[in-house]
Write a protein that binds this ligand. Sequence first.
Ligand code: SAH
Ligand code: SF4
Length: 341
Amino acid sequence: MAKRIEEDGVPPVHSKALWRALYRGNSDISKRSENLPPPVDRWLGSHLGRDVLVEAPSIAADVKSNDGHTRKVLLRLFDGSEIETVIMGYPGRYTACLSTQVGCAMGCVFCATGQMGFVRQLRPGEIVSQILVANRLLAESGLNPLRNIVLMGMGEPLHNYENVMRAMRIVSDRRGIGIAESRITVSTVGVVPAIDRFADDRQPYNLAVSLHATNDSERSALVPVNSRWPLADLMAACRRYSEATGRRVLFGWTLIDGKNDTPEHAKEVASLLKGMKAHVNLIRLNPTHGYEGRPTDTAAADRFSEIIQASGLPCTLRQRRGIDVAAGCGQLRAGGARLLE
Ligand code: SAH
Ligand code: SF4
């Protein structure tokens, strides 16, 4: 930012004030009411809306779950594309689930975003602005700002590596939004070369890998890109990551009735991850229009979790809190909340 304003003759030191105005508090610099140093204010006057864009996306839909712990917003971007941002949690520890792409190229059969196909990459600013919108909504309700971020909304973050990492550097910067790096989780379907890059770059964020199956035939049926990056390669990349960084990998597993939820499957998960620093995160399927699978019932989900824990692996069963607001990945965009607009 300093470099950019300096090119136009503004002393680079003023980037600090601009950064604060953009990322601290809930102000809107496009309204020019910020008391910025005069040279930056003049610079904004001649560049805003032309070669510099600070527009916040507009809110196309905003729905709250009945239990009050999930709020889901559909954001409309400058080109009319729509993405979802979910805010969930309790006072003092809110988490935002952010989108990283419009649509997704990976085609997981049970995922509403995958069913849409790929539309385009989100820019760094479009990823950051989801946080700004979420923090503004929280502030308007008198609530504390976000504490955690998970990149588990629409899109595959590691298929938009540069923009995602630029966005996460901005949101974790202490002079601005200041969300701790250790409270940011990047979730991937298993883009193997990008996992290696994530490790080589020593990105300071947590890594989650969506597993869903422990053999190639079952996994390829759910996650088509498994045929490009098969399980053996994926697990090797996870081990390399864990060894290089000393970090734990969070493995996501969407429980689908009769497909990947039997006690045998649970035992296979335990043996596949044996000896690894890992944590298993289970979620019961959110049904989508484009997939006939059913969610595992709660008793079977509990049993699955117990088997994994008995093997010594930490395992949590995530609540499907957003279900009554169609908060499954991509589902608001896919039509779940149209009626509420
Ligand atoms: N593309 C990344 C991150 C976004 S998806 C990834 O796949 O990891 C975030 C998580 O939501 C993934 O674990 C994904 O498998 C899961 N998910 C997608 N659709 C779902 C559905 N209908 N029900 C339950 N989980 C779903
Ligand atoms: Fe893309 Fe993740 Fe959905 Fe798969 S689950 S289609 S990778 S967003």
